[in-house]
Ligand binder design. Structure first.
Ligand SMILES: Nc1ncnc2c1ncn2[C@@H]1O[C@H](COP(=O)(O)OP(=O)(O)OP(=O)(O)O)[C@@H](O)[C@H]1O
Ligand SMILES: [Mg+2]
Length: 236
């Protein structure tokens, strides 16, 4: 399987934006790109699909479900079920959201789904759920799925205070499980970063022994305007 698994230091740290930018970079190079997210939760919190996309200075595209944003960025025509096999309304951890729906997430279904999607494309870009140690079912964590898929990871993280600890913890958890780390992305990276933000970038690179990229604030409604993110994905 050729691709990347975008994880993050936690929830709401920019995983979707980073995964979308990588998918867009590959698609712009003429590659067919599949996207995948093991589970999407919190669908109840989103505005209805036929609601306004833009208005009153608010960009509603940021409030579309992750699988829709990923599909658009990749230029993919995959159905919802293929991108995100498990989709739930409550904004809960996937293991809990599944239990609330009287279901259990089946890792074999996730692995088969991701492999099938990857087989139909040149590359696959996966987005995790929360951070690496989020449970999918029982003691099977997002990190286990990442390892079973055999994909290298990209870590989305915030630029500001607290990010050194969160990012180094994530790198340690990843490497401890044998995951290959491609790079960290600090997002959204301001046009005029503060001394703290610049220092965070250097400290994460030095102490984490990792490449650190940055992503400026994007117009999420216009993928053509996005900068490229490295997508030199290894082949098995
Ligand atoms: N470079 C960026 N440009 C514009 N918005 C950004 C950028 N990075 C992060 N954001 C914003 O930060 C918020 C969180 O980003 P995102 O949805 O990608 O996080 P996530 O880690 O995928 O969250 P979740 O855990 O819910 O999947 C969103 O509102 C997103 O639009
Ligand atoms: Mg997301």
């Amino acid at each position: 399987m050729r691709g990347v698994f975008v994880t993050g230091t936690g929830t709401e740290v920019g995983k979707t934006v980073v995964a979308a930018a990588i998918a867009r970079t590959l698609a712009a190079d003429g590659e067919s790109v599949a996207v995948f997210k093991p589970a999407v939760t919190g669908l109840n919190d989103l505005p209805p699909a036929d609601g306004p996309k833009k208005g009153a200075g608010v960009d509603f595209s940021a409030h579309r479900p992750d699988h829709e944003i990923l599909r658009t960025a990749a230029g993919s025509n995959q159905p919802d079920e293929e991108i995100a096999p498990y989709r739930y309304g409550p904004p809960a951890s996937p293991h809990l959201a599944a239990a609330m729906a009287d279901e259990e997430i089946d890792p074999r279904r996730l692995l088969a789904g991701a492999r099938a999607a990857a087989a139909r494309a040149d590359a696959i870009v996966c987005e995790g759920v929360g951070g690496l140690l989020v449970p999918l079912v029982g003691d099977y964590l997002v990190r286990d799925l990442t390892a079973d898929l055999g994909l290298p990871i990209v870590v989305a993280a915030s630029p500001g205070l607290g990010t050194i600890n969160h990012t180094l913890l994530t790198l340690e958890a990843a490497r401890g499980a044998g995951l290959a780390v491609e790079y960290v992305v600090l997002t959204p990276w301001p046009a005029a970063p503060t001394a703290i933000e610049k220092s965070n970038r250097e400290t994460i690179a030095a102490l984490g022994k990792v490449r650190v990229e940055t992503l400026p604030p994007l117009d999420l409604a216009d993928p053509r305007s996005w900068p490229r993110l490295p997508a030199s994905l290894r082949r098995d």
